[in-house]
Design a binder for this molecule. Structure first.
Ligand code: DX5
Ligand code: ZN
Length: 233
């Protein structure tokens, strides 16, 4: 199994001091910074917009992994690109023309992700896979942190992994929602290579962040070393 990248969701950070929180989670070993943008319309919660992302940008040099849960999404892509998003992930249900949305993200010079809700089949990727850089499998219904992982999504991760491998393209497979150290293992075994963690990354406050992230990666480092000793990749 590969060691996954960890993308902590700042939805679980202390919103009263987001800049400090991002510096702390970066120093603790985060690979990416996951930013959940919600509009109270596409999902039943409201978070932050491009102005806040712009203000946070200087607090980390790590990629900003921006997950847009807003509809319509197209009118706001440019603002998120300008604010400093590196990866912009959208839901196909967030507009009438998902392929056009992906084209618009690429035209802005950003990496494009497609997010699949728990009830959205892997098949939704059929005619998008050749143009995207990331697939985000939602393992909870979008809107809130701290929900329980929906086990059926492991089958979807497996299906998406097959699609990605068949495409031969360099596409990241990210899982978002209810991921802790034990579930991380199942997700990676199913084919994921990026894990979003809100609750599991930010629990316990800044002094716990390094241990939280190390815990999310621990199984894989061990297995990787073990497999290496046996001579397999
Ligand atoms: C949910 C968000 C997730 C969520 C993850 O809509 O997309 O990123 O905050 O948080 P946990 O890890 O607590 O489920
Ligand atoms: Zn998210």
């Amino acid at each position: 199994m590969v060691t996954p990248l960890i993308s902590p969701s700042i939805l679980s950070a202390d919103f009263a001091c987001l800049g400090e929180e991002i510096r702390a989670i970066d120093a603790a070993g985060a690979d990416w910074i996951h930013v959940d943008v919600m509009d109270g319309h596409f999902v039943p919660n409201i978070t932050i917009g491009p102005g806040v992302i712009k203000a946070l940008r200087s607090h980390s040099a790590k990629p900003f992994d921006v997950h847009l849960m807003i509809a319509p999404v197209d009118p706001f892509l440019e603002a998120f690109a300008e604010a400093g998003a590196d990866i912009i992930t959208v839901h196909p249900e967030a507009g009438p023309h998902a392929h056009r949305t992906v084209q618009a993200i690429k035209a802005l010079g950003k990496q494009a992700g497609i997010s699949l809700n728990p009830a959205t089949p892997a098949k939704a990727l059929d005619y998008l896979i050749d143009d995207i850089d990331l697939v985000l499998v939602m393992s909870v219904n979008p809107g809130f942190g701290g929900q329980s992982f929906i086990a059926s999504q492991l089958r979807k991760i497996e299906a998406v992994r097959k699609m990605i491998d068949k495409s031969g393209r360099d596409i990241r497979l990210e899982v978002d929602g209810g991921v802790d150290a034990a579930i991380a293992r199942s997700c990676v075994a199913a084919g994921a290579d990026v894990l979003v963690a809100g609750t599991a990354a930010f629990r316990g406050g800044p002094s716990a962040y390094a241990a939280n992230i190390a815990g999310l990666k621990a199984n894989f480092e061990y297995r990787k070393a073990n497999e290496h000793r046996k001579g397999s990749a």
